[in-house]
Design a protein around this ligand. Structure first.
Ligand SMILES: *[C@@H]1O[C@H](CO)[C@@H](O)[C@H](O)[C@H]1NC(C)=O
Ligand SMILES: *[C@@H]1O[C@H](CO)[C@@H](O)[C@H](O)[C@H]1NC(C)=O
Length: 274
């Protein structure tokens, strides 16, 4: 088991390292979105789409974190949606129903038991382990119960799907078509994704850390007509690295965007640099 796991990690790890290293060499720091938000209520800004050539690998576990602000209450709205090409229901996603969140995983969904207040920033993380059939929703670092007793389907998450932020999407003849309704009545910042499940302790360490699968940088996204807007009230500011040192000895949450390529051979399973 251990060997299988290790090999799997190596494969995914290699994939991630390769894709991120490529980005690293191509990414001027001017493209960073840290300290900035995208406001989906602005007239022309409908959605962000994960860049076409940034392929999500086949995943058995993952973590997604983002900061969310809603301005007004609407009934059905979308934070992000990841779909298998041609798929109807999300493989992974977060949506809103009034002031509640709905989590999507492997085409099944659950409603959150915690209400979100309007006009404040909420830090939201989703964690999943396929092996353990474990799904976690965290708001401001606190684990939140999911209401419905639905079974988590066996994984993996389909690879090479399509991800939109701020709006859902469908497909026509294989082409991605953004949905016309259910847009996000607010702002998102710091959308990041890691190919690992994390514990609540580890999520604290990742609060202001960059993602290693999807990062909050303009080079990972097709921005449509959206502009990133500086917002001084964002907790992590312009820093790319972690604000806090994790308790695990010898490791620090890395600023991947600023690392020399030579340091890539020392990434542990939490996406931290030792
Ligand atoms: C999360 O924290 C922010 C700022 O500390 C607060 O305004 C917001 O209401 C919190 N969200 C929830 C759901 O408790
Ligand atoms: C991902 O999908 C695109 C579009 O269908 C395709 O061109 C590409 O080869 C796929 N990549 C992988 C790694 O499967």
């Amino acid at each position: 088991m251990d060997v299988v796991w290790k090999r799997r990690f190596l494969i995914v790890g290699t994939f991630v390292l390769q894709s991120v290293s490529l980005h690293y060499s191509a990414e001027p720091s001017a493209l960073t979105l840290w300290g900035k938000k995208v406001n989906f209520m602005l007239h022309k800004c409908r959605y962000l789409q994960l860049r076409d050539d940034l392929w999500i690998p086949k995943l058995d576990e993952l973590t997604v974190c983002l900061d969310l602000w809603t301005q007004i209450l609407t009934q059905d709205w979308t934070i992000f949606v990841y779909k298998k090409r041609g798929g109807v229901h999300p493989q992974l996603g977060l949506a809103g129903e009034g002031d509640n969140l709905r989590v999507w995983l492997l085409e099944v969904s659950w409603l959150s038991s915690k209400k979100l207040s309007l006009r404040s920033w909420h830090s939201i993380c989703l964690t999943w382990s396929g092996l353990e059939r474990r799904l976690g929703l965290y708001i401001n670092g606190t684990r939140v119960d999911l209401k419905e007793e639905m079974r988590i389907r066996p994984g993996p998450l389909s690879p090479n799907g399509t991800l939109t932020l701020g709006l859902s999407h469908g497909f026509t003849n294989g082409d991605l078509i953004p949905e016309s309704g259910h847009s996000l009545p607010g702002c998102v910042s710091l959308f990041r994704m890691w190919p690992r499940e994390h514990t609540s302790q580890q999520l604290q360490d990742l609060r202001c850390a960059t993602g290693n699968l999807v990062r909050w940088t303009a080079s990972d996204w097709q921005m449509d007509s959206c502009q990133a807007i500086p917002d001084a009230s964002l907790e992590c500011g312009e820093r790319v690295a972690s604000a806090r040192r994790p308790s695990r000895s010898g490791c620090h949450t890395a600023s991947f965007a600023r690392l020399p390529l030579s340091q890539w051979n020392c990434v542990d399973r939490f996406g931290l640099i030792c």
